[in-house]
Design a protein around this ligand. Sequence first.
Ligand code: CAA
Length: 383
Amino acid sequence: MLFTTTKEHEEFRQKIRDFAESEVKPIAFMLDQKNQFPDEIVKKMAKLGFMGIPYPKKYGGVGLDIISYAIAVEELSRVDGGVGVILSAHVSLGSYPIFAFGSEEQKKKYLVPLAKGEKLGAFGLTEPNAGSDAGGTETTAELKGDYYLLNGGKIFITNADKADTYVVFAVTTPGIGTRGISAFIVEKGWEGFEFGDHYDKMGIRSSATAELIFNDVKVPKENLLGKEGEGFKIAMATLDGGRIGIASQALGIAQGAYENAVEYAKEREQFGTAIAHNQVIGFKLADMATKLRCARFLNYSAAELKEHHEPYGMESAMAKMYSSDICLEVVNDALQIFGGSGYLKGMDVERAYRDAKICTIYEGTNEIQRVVIASHIVGKTPK
Ligand code: CAA
């Protein structure tokens, strides 16, 4: 597959870049320092249609392709990795499972307001004893007539209490492993559904992350997503797409740091010339640019496969793993080029350095991405 973006993609990129530069960049450092969620920015993104980019117009979306969505996360992350993941968690994790597995009624009730940006979405999979081993889910949902009783909790949930609609995974049939897990649509405000405090994170501090706590929450039977026992597959299929979002986030963070480093290297003079003309710096920039180009092709080709309903789970795992691995290398090199100045609070490259790390951890650690890729190559480990 030979991938190239279209003129429309690049015009769309410019639109998102203009928004990110004018609305997000000026307050990104403040949001980071105050650990503050950008409520107003999310409202503006909703007005501009960013929250439903890849969903059909009939479900409140904009009807653009997955590459446009990847470009949007990339461009927002180029100035603030936290804002990038708010969009990614909403579109890929909070909305996609309802779009792909929801009934028509569920789509009308939940996807339409999510895609229009009237509601914010989140995804509740991770638990204290079910991180990489998502099949170890312990939260339970017991059928009691016309509702399920949800008990347990989730950790590290992006969009936290800022979301309105949550896709939550819970065990409906204990003792049969992943086939006993089901997915549910849960609304904020239901009795017994509470939140922990926002975590004080190293990076992506403009995004909100917290625990979800369920104590005898009554989930109407009609909020079961898909069939009982399909939850694990729904989670895995959702994460296949989510990884394009995280690859885009990593790519954006790295791109922003790279551009800042290029600008700085052209301005900063040492030994009588701009440091960019020192081969050791020029070679660093060459390596950074090459890695970014590889990551971008990998990511857009995964997005293109998804768009054309081709298998893309291996390719999105590759894109997520590679983009986030090179993101760490690129931000590290960028900060090195800035030298001591880059180590100071208030410098975009300092924030990018902290924002980058999470991309190798969430939506499946890069070790898990290698498990996924290897299983596509050699098959699953016999149990
Ligand atoms: N699509 C559909 N079905 C899938 C699938 C996929 N991509 N991957 C696996 N399945 C199916 C399998 O076919 C299998 O089906 P059968 O029962 O019919 O055989 C079933 O699911 C179980 O599969 P495995 O035996 O492979 O499952 P496993 O327990 O060995 O786990 C794993 C596989 C890849 C390690 C998985 O647990 C995993 O992806 N872990 C990482 C979890 C993760 O990414 N968490 C991130 C949380 S979200 C987050 O970070 C969000 C945030 O807020 C930003």
